[in-house]
Design a binder for this molecule. Structure first.
Ligand SMILES: *Cc1c(COP(=O)(O)O)cnc(C)c1O
Length: 436
């Protein structure tokens, strides 16, 4: 057997796929399918890598924020809280989930390109640390609501440094024409920054950028930090403004396929650290505290999804389909943007070389409900086999829906080879609980 795409995966003597030392087939038999499994040890390991690398590279006051949107449920916040990470949130729902387990909101950054007045009021009432402000209308709204509540609200401004990270277009957000943030190139960033310093209920702490996702090239962060530091130096020279925090966003890539490169996050952050220090020195400015916002690279390869195979449909001369008992409701990413995944036969990892080329299809009533095309599985694949889709810890549960009234699968966490339920399976009653 060749090397697996992540070192928390293995094959046991029964020929079953294991994750974090636990037999995934045994878990599927116990908890049913579809089933999300997540490896808590891996999540913690990734948190520590970011935390220690950032402290080393940028100083003790710099720390990572977990990007909630990648995976938001109570147990994740308990874990990242214990590991000393902050978090970024994009909705009242994510904020409520975090606070419900006592997450310290002083280290919470509220994002989104369109926060509603209700979001702003709710977040201020709960004591959110920062808003990452996208535009002038929002800045005015926060200033007003904070004023009404007699609060001086800390913020960062989201800027677009104008970099195309050469990743997939749909997840590219740092370009000038993005729906997110204010562009440095057009002068709008300077305008909004100057304006923010004049508002009486706003305390401008610094600036944020997020260049894109699935970034494998550390040059992207080096280039983004230069552009942001140039801007920070300009704000200092022109207005005497001292920037306390610079948030470089998220985006380090993970391996969905064998062909994806493996990145050494510690080494990459060290490189960014050396560069940022030298560049601040060159510009004659103090280095701000640094934030980064990893989402995917904290949780993605900690997770996988297990399905039971159903129909195996052979259309001679055309295509083959293997249908599973989940689909776009628990993983809409292939349907949305053709996200690649590695697929394997979890209950027969030792079976002879895969030769059966097929499309892995979901059970929803949509032709586009596919999990992956051009998958190769053993030729004797049949109803009842157990199929694993790897690297589903990010943007799967968090993007799941109840389309076709499918209950959301549970999340079973594995720690030290033993499992526990982090999120229960939805019941049929849960699905109708708000229906009148
Ligand atoms: C999506 C997002 C992240 C996390 O990106 P990953 O690719 O999951 O690391 C971080 N910050 C912002 C502003 C984002 O929109």
């Amino acid at each position: 057997m060749e090397k697996m795409i992540c070192n928390n995966l293995s094959i046991n003597s029964a020929g079953h796929l294991t994750l974090g030392g636990a037999d995934t087939v045994a878990l599927a038999n116990k908890y049913g399918t579809p089933l999300y499994i997540m490896d808590e040890d891996r999540i913690r390991e990734r948190c520590r890598t970011y935390k220690t690398s950032m402290a080393r590279a940028f100083g003790d006051k710099s720390y990572p924020l977990f990007a909630s949107k990648a995976a938001s449920f109570k147990q994740i916040y308990r874990i990242i809280m214990e590991e000393g990470l902050g978090t970024d949130l994009v909705s009242s729902g994510e904020l409520y989930t975090a606070t419900s387990v006592g997450f310290p909101l002083a280290k919470a950054y509220f994002h989104s390109n369109n926060k509603t007045d209700a979001d702003i009021a709710y977040a201020i009432d709960r004591g959110v640390g920062y808003f990452v402000v996208d535009n002038v209308e929002e800045l005015d709204a926060i200033d007003k609501i904070a004023g009404d509540k007699n609060v001086k609200q800390k913020i960062l401004l989201r800027l677009t440094p104008g970099i195309d990270p050469h990743t997939y277009e749909a997840v590219t957000t740092g370009k000038v024409d993005s729906k997110f943030g204010s562009a440095i190139e057009t002068g709008q960033a300077e305008q909004i920054a100057k304006y923010a310093t004049e508002l009486s209920n706003i305390v401008l702490y610094g600036f944020h950028c997020h260049v894109g996702s699935q970034v494998f090239d550390s040059d992207v962060f080096l280039r983004a930090s230069e552009i942001m530091l140039d801007f920070i130096a300009l704000m200092s020279k022109k207005y005497g403004f001292v920037t306390r925090e610079l948030d470089l966003g998220g985006g380090y890539g993970v391996r969905y396929l064998d062909s994806d490169p493996e990145i050494d996050i510690a080494e990459n952050i060290a490189k960014v650290g050396t560069h940022v220090k030298a560049y601040c020195h060159k510009l004659g400015i103090d280095m701000p505290e640094i934030r980064m916002e990893p989402g995917r690279s904290i949780v993605a390869d900690a997770g996988l999804t297990l399905y039971t195979a159903g129909t195996v449909k052979r259309i001679p001369g055309y295509k083959n389909y293997v249908s599973v008992d989940g689909g776009m409701a628990d993983n809409p990413r292939y349907a949305l943007y053709r996200s690649p995944y590695t697929v394997c036969l979890a209950n027969r990892m030792d079976s002879t070389a895969p030769t059966f080329n097929c499309t892995l299809a979901g059970r929803c009533c949509e032709s586009g409900d596919l999990i992956q095309e051009n998958v190769t599985l053993p030729a004797d694949i049949k109803r009842g086999d157990m199929i694993a889709v790897l690297t589903t810890g990010a943007y799967n549960y968090s993007m799941a829906s109840n389309y076709n009234r499918l209950p959301k699968p549970p999340i079973v966490m594995v720690k030290d080879g033993k499992e526990y339920i982090a999120v229960k399976r939805e019941s049929l009653e849960d699905i109708c609980k708000n229906d009148i």
